[in-house]
Design a protein around this ligand. Structure first.
Ligand code: SF4
Ligand code: SF4
Length: 91
């Protein structure tokens, strides 16, 4: 799938410009209507081919805010990804 931003997001904006494929939108463009940032799963490539670890999670100041999503067929998946719901970065 992709990575997922959870509801601990504080809308700081640190992640959005770090994404190499522009998969992240801010709270104003979140299609779920939640007042947090959002990752489009059809765009996110888990930073494969760009960085060793998800750049958004590296830039995020909120511990555990960006987690691995459900793995689905046809998605670009990081080789070292953990189970869905697990933070992408071990703080
Ligand atoms: S993991 Fe990489 S590609 Fe996916 S949203 Fe984060 S920065 Fe973008
Ligand atoms: S860097 Fe983290 S806290 Fe800041 S907007 Fe992105 S997901 Fe939210």
């Amino acid at each position: 799938m992709a990575v997922v931003i959870n509801d601990t997001c504080i809308n700081c904006g640190a992640c959005i410009d770090e994404c190499p494929v522009e998969a992240i939108v801010d709270e104003d463009d979140n299609p779920t209507g939640e007042e947090i940032y959002y990752v489009y799963e059809d765009k996110c490539v888990e930073c494969v081919g760009h960085f060793d670890t998800p750049a958004c999670a590296e830039s995020c100041p909120t511990e555990g805010c960006i987690v691995w999503g459900e793995a689905k067929d046809g998605m670009t998946l990081h080789a070292d990804r953990a189970d869905a719901g697990t933070p992408c970065i071990d703080e």
